[in-house]
Design a protein. Structure first.
Length: 328
């Protein structure tokens, strides 16, 4: 079996998910893929690095193996039969770039383990299990955005998700809109950043943190309206305002991210903002489709990083190859 889980770019609605707010992500055409067979244990190899665990996640994992173990533990707690998987992990989704790589890994592993055991969960149930696994693995109480986007992504559309009520719908993206992702080159990990601090400050009612979340939720609503009108300049202005709020009120941007945003705007992007948890990672920028390659090239020339023109892709998939390895 082959299981593919895409990364995500959050168009707008940053640091709103864990307070039950609104988010507007897309699944993207960069992903993590598992090629596995059912087995008596969990044994996954990526670029020569192998993780070996009991079917319920027991073991002594390190690095990305922590996420694998945590997913297995969460699914075991929900009643999944202890069946393992054996195979390889492949990815074109960069790690630490703020594009949901850990969420995509969790989703791919969860789908593979559920399939091996004949264990079914609804998409949002599975997303919550993966969210709990993330907290179990790294001790960060993040929201459900990454896992939900990876599972519920739809080609050509953004996912509008109310993280409080879980009501969701898909918002069609205008044909003339191009989405650009620029990797700042500044790596981040939630467990080593100020992510937990920001959540505590928000829950304590710190005025600037609350102001960001309140205004960001309103910007999501306005962005949905702008997409419906195909008003790309209005959408771009919302991106600029979102980044200013993340920089000034929520304090999760960095000078490096700010420079990439400024480079994109100087390259005549319609709008640009940091995306993801912040403290490094990537910037998302908007352009008219026929100018996207030029905007990306000029941004990279100024910022000296790597980037992609991404498309809104479908959510996680599974398919059978018809090939099964012989094992002793």
């Amino acid at each position: 079996m082959i299981f593919r889980a895409p990364g995500r770019v959050n168009l707008i609605g940053e640091h709103t998910d864990y307070s039950g707010g609104l988010v507007l992500p897309i699944a993207i055409d960069l992903s993590i893929q598992l090629k596995v067979d059912p087995a008596v244990r969990i044994a996954l190899t990526s670029a020569g690095d192998t993780v070996e665990l009991a079917p319920d996640g027991a073991g002594e994992p390190a690095g990305w193996g922590r996420y694998v173990a945590a997913v297995a533990e969460e699914l075991a707690a929900l009643g999944r039969e202890p069946v393992g998987i054996e195979g390889v992990v492949e990815a074109d989704l960069p790690q630490g770039a703020g594009l949901g790589s850990s969420g995509a890994l969790e989703v791919a592993v969860a789908l593979a383990l559920c399939d091996a055991a004949g264990f079914e969960l609804e998409p949002l149930e599975l997303a919550f299990a993966c969210q709990r696994a993330e907290e179990r693995a790294v001790g960060v109480p993040s929201g459900i955005l990454d896992q939900a986007a990876s599972l519920l992504g739809r080609e050509g559309a953004a996912l509008l998700l109310d993280c409080g009520s879980l009501e969701h719908s898909w918002i069609d993206l205008p044909e003339q809109l191009a989405i650009i992702v620029v990797d700042s080159g500044e790596r981040h990990a939630h467990e080593g950043s100020g992510y937990n601090d920001r959540r505590r400050e928000l829950e304590a009612g710190e005025p600037r943190r609350v102001r960001h979340v309140t205004t960001e939720n309103e910007r999501v609503r306005e962005a949905v309206d702008a997409l419906a009108r195909e008003d790309l300049p209005a959408l771009g202005a919302l991106f600029v305002a979102s980044h200013a709020s993340l920089r000034d009120d929520y304090d999760v941007s960095t000078p490096t991210l700010d420079r990439v945003v400024e480079a994109a705007l100087a390259a005549r992007a319609l709008g640009a903002r940091m995306t993801g948890g912040g403290f490094g990672g990537s910037v998302v920028a908007l352009a008219e489709r026929d100018r996207a390659a030029e905007v990306l090239e000029r941004t990279l020339a100024r910022a000296g990083t790597q980037g992609w023109i991404v498309r809104a892709a479908g959510g996680a998939t599974r398919r059978r190859t018809g090939f099964r390895r012989d094992r002793a």
